[in-house]
Design a protein around this ligand. Structure first.
Ligand code: ATP
Length: 600
């Protein structure tokens, strides 16, 4: 509702503004704000949502302007096809930059885009015969669509702001969709997002390309509006200004980005009264915003007034039919299921790890370890600190590729497959160090868990194509069901970061369980929890097992391990030293020696 209201107010302001000002200067400023808002909307998707920083968007803006200008003036291409070609060419260049840099973890995009901005500026300055060098590129005609010529400030105003309005709608659609949650998830924790089915590298490249195409569109409009372009407009300082607009306005907030654009585009003119001290005041205002409202003006204000939005939404209807986890169906500790024998060694194997090894700089974290996981069983993986338990989970879940050995899941070789791919096969996990997405609500966290089970991508989400709303509803309904199972439904609208540590652990489990996986890997689910919370998690694991879902449990709490596991596998120094029923493991001499120290 609040977004519809916002769009309604914005539409009203856009329509009324030119009618209420007589000074053409204000219309000119409004047009520049509109152009910047198009670039910033794209940049906000990249920085605010996906968490990838670009310091080269002025160059993509410039590419749009120069491609369109050159195509129209030198090659007599009509403005509309020229603009589209410019967007395509810009997107292609962004793809070439994005694929190698965004596959890497860390802020390589910043370096690549800074370099790119400098290179583009040098090319524009040096390629005299094509770009007109420092003196600029004149004679660009006004934009023309059929008989309609956009030759006045007012006509350009409606065109620019019409497109800006459209891009804001597309951005809002995207950020409130499966893709938007995927982007925010990868911003929150890339490994966690990937373990839930988000193709993180691909998402980063796609959102980067989209943001550069928005910048290119704005650049083309700029060229046809001013009819003259010069390299100074597209230098690295403008890239920095654009990032400032995103961050200071409200990072990860479409309206905040718009507010930041209006504020920082007009600020230099407002500060003209301070003459030569203008830059000092500009810097001061920026510093004050960053210190007191580090999340940006809009997000800061919002958080101040609505620090914790508690759910009053208890009437949400969710259908408990189908394969939903049954609450309270298990006893305090797992009763044996009967239908599955802990000793079975042949059929019923869902995951088979064979002779897997991996080392890190000389440390043999896993040495030729083999283990089998059976359908509907809880298998515990235990061992002293540094034994290789988490490494095994990382190897099985696709975070590390083992140097030797094989891993098959339901008969399919999956060694070296990425986490998102495994999530699609029904293998999910939690993490030892809490990796809830703190930038999302509890409900949204669980909704991300359904990423691998759903399929609407960028185009469907942005244009809200048929079926998108239905999929969203189904995702939300399932997320509420899972939250109820985890007794978190009354905190569905809370920010995940506002929950207690124990609740965050439950959110992580809920997220991994949402897609009804066939196997879930739990890495120390009760570490740091008190006894009550531990009991609760124990019951949940039993319930999960009783649904036929297999569990690999890495845990140091021996009461929990011995109480709920069907089988136990023990590692020490990266090697498997024992395997069997919990009662057998408790008496195993090699295990006792590993934990208590050998007497020899
Ligand atoms: P804990 O119970 O303390 O969590 P663990 O059994 O899970 O221990 P792992 O985290 O798997 O042990 O670590 C096994 C060994 O591999 C340790 O010596 C660890 O330092 C090393 N190791 C694990 N991951 C890496 C990595 N990414 N880079 C370098 N060394 C690593």
């Amino acid at each position: 509702m609040k977004h519809y209201l916002g769009l309604l107010v914005l539409a009203g302001v856009i329509i009324v503004f030119p009618l209420s000002v007589s000074n053409p200067y204000y219309l000119n400023v409004a047009n520049i704000i509109g152009l910047n808002s198009i670039v910033v909307a794209g940049l906000n998707l990249l920085i605010g949502y996906a968490g990838q920083i670009s310091l080269g968007h002025a160059a993509f803006y410039g590419l749009g302007a120069y491609f369109s200008g050159i195509l129209t003036v030198t090659y007599q291409v009509n403005p509309i096809p020229a603009m589209l070609l410019a967007m395509l060419a810009t997107g292609l260049i962004a793809l070439l930059i994005g694929i190698p840099t965004l596959k890497l973890h860390g802020h390589y995009l910043v370096m690549a885009t800074v370099g790119f901005n400098l290179i583009v500026n040098i090319i524009i300055l040096q390629w005299d015969s094509v770009t007109g060098s420092p003196s600029g590129f004149p004679g660009i005609p006004n934009l023309k669509i059929g008989a309609l010529v956009f030759d006045t400030d007012q006509k350009m105003y409606y065109l620019i702001w019409g497109l800006s309005f459209l891009i804001i709608i597309l951005s809002l659609n995207l950020v409130r969709s499966r893709v938007g949650r995927g982007l925010r998830a990868l911003h929150g924790s890339e490994p966690a997002a990937s373990s839930l089915g988000v193709q993180t590298a691909r998402y980063k490249v796609k959102v980067f390309v989209i943001s550069t195409m928005f910048a290119s569109l704005a650049g083309s409009l700029y060229a046809y509006y001013l009819t003259f372009i010069s390299p100074k407009t597209f230098d690295i300082f403008f890239s920095i200004e654009l990032v400032t607009m995103v961050i200071a306005g409200g990072i990860g907030n479409v309206w905040g980005a718009l507010l930041g654009t209006v504020f920082f585009t007009t600020l230099p003119s407002v500060l003209d009264v301070f003459d030569e001290y203008k830059d000092i005041f500009y810097g001061l205002i920026l510093v004050v915003i960053l210190i007191f409202l580090p999340q940006g003006v809009l997000v800061g204000i919002k958080e101040y007034f609505f620090a914790r939005k508690r759910s009053s939404d208890k009437d949400i209807q969710a259908d408990d039919g189908g394969r939903v986890f049954s609450r309270g169906s298990s006893a305090a500790f797992c009763p044996p299921l009967g239908r599955i024998s802990p000793d079975r060694t042949d059929d019923g194997v869902i995951l088979s790890v064979r002779d897997v090894s991996i080392n890190f700089g000389g440390i043999m974290a896993l040495a030729q370890v083999s283990l089998d996981l059976f359908e509907g069983q809880v298998t515990a993986l235990i061992g002293p600190n540094g034994a290789g338990k988490t490494t095994m989970i990382n190897v099985v879940s696709g975070i590390h590729r083992p140097t030797e050995g094989s891993i098959s899941f339901f008969g399919q070789e999956v060694k070296g497959k990425r986490s998102y791919y495994l999530a699609g096969l029904g293998l999910t996990r939690t993490f030892q160090n809490n990796q809830t997405f703190s930038n999302m609500t509890v409900l949204e966290n669980v909704m991300v868990g359904l990423h691998a089970k759903t399929g609407k991508e960028f185009i469907s989400s942005m244009f809200h194509l048929p079926g998108t709303g239905r999929e969203e509803k189904a995702i939300e309904q399932r997320a509420w069901e899972v939250l109820r199972f985890f007794r978190l439904e009354d905190k569905g609208h809370w920010s995940a970061s506002a929950l207690s540590f124990g609740e965050q652990k439950r959110v992580e489990m809920a997220r991994a369980l949402a897609p009804n996986p066939r196997l879930i890997l739990l890495d120390e689910p009760v570490a740091g929890l008190n006894m009550t919370e531990t009991d609760e998690i124990a019951k949940l694991i039993c319930d999960i097992r009783n649904q036929g879902i297999s569990v690999l449990l890495v845990e140091h709490d021996m009461n929990l391990v011995m109480g709920i596991s069907d089988r136990v596998v023990v590692l020490n120094y990266g090697r498997k030293i024992a395997e069997g029923r919990p009662q057998e493991i408790q008496k195993d001499e090699a295990v006792l020696a590993a934990y208590l120290g050998s007497v020899d």
